[in-house]
Design a protein around this ligand. Sequence first.
Ligand code: 2F8
Ligand code: CA
Length: 304
Amino acid sequence: MEASVFDSAYNKLISQEDLSVDEPPRHSNQEKQQVSLSMVGPASTWDPKRVLEITLAVLAAVLLAVDIGLGVYYNHLTDEPRKVESINRELATLHKTYNAASQRRHESQKRLAEETRQQQITKWQLEHQTIRSKDYKKQADKIQLDIAVLKSHLPMLNEGCRRCSPGWTLINSACYFFSFSDRYSRRSWQEARQFCNKHGSDLVVVDTSEKQMIINQLINHHQDPSMSITQSGFWIGLRDVEEEGVWRWLKGTRLIEGYWNDGEPNNSGNENCAATYPRDNPFKGWNDAPCSYNLKWICEMPAN
Ligand code: 2F8
Ligand code: CA
């Protein structure tokens, strides 16, 4: 029944076509018959218009999908530079931050090094100050002691001033002159004796151990550390000029007890005059030296 409907519609179309122009019919009935058979077949419901519409719709859908896809892709593509730009900006900011941090770190390191250096200097200064303070304390203690000793000497000095000439020292009722001062250069035994004689005295006679101890203490106290020990002696009034090995005091009294250093007197190269030297052991203070040798000296005379 459907085929017949289609046939009649077709025939109508064809006849209209045929009628619309004054041309002889282009299709024979047989041809029409063939078209109707081959085109319609069993599903004769296909409407070309509908097919066209559907096809167009599908095409539109496909185009829309492609369009959307391209849009997305384009967006994606156009978004890339923005992202890159944003990353670059971020990177630049990070660079700046890193540089600033590096700079701060560098400055901090410099400040730390300077601080450490200053701290070290302060530490050294403190150490030195502590040492200096200790030294000052020692010096102050020594000065205090010296003051006490000098004060204890005052009565003796007053007495000495009363009984001895200026520059002479009173020891046990006798006055002594020690040529400590640089004003008095070292000289021979004979010249030293002449000095004493000129001042109403003579070279010292050390005839007691107490005297030897006091003399040794004084010359130890005034010892010049730049001098060699052989130059640090003081002539005393003792010699063996008349007879070698026989030691006599100035007035000819023979020596009974001497305070010779170990190995002395040794007459090493004609040594006939005696001198006393600053020693730790006061009883090992003497040495025989050539009388012409230049040394300091000690004079002695009775106090007034
Ligand atoms: O070693 C002792 C010796 O020392 C000196 O000679 C190197 C003394 N000389 C003088 O003082 C000039 C010696 O008298 C002394 O025995
Ligand atoms: Ca000697």
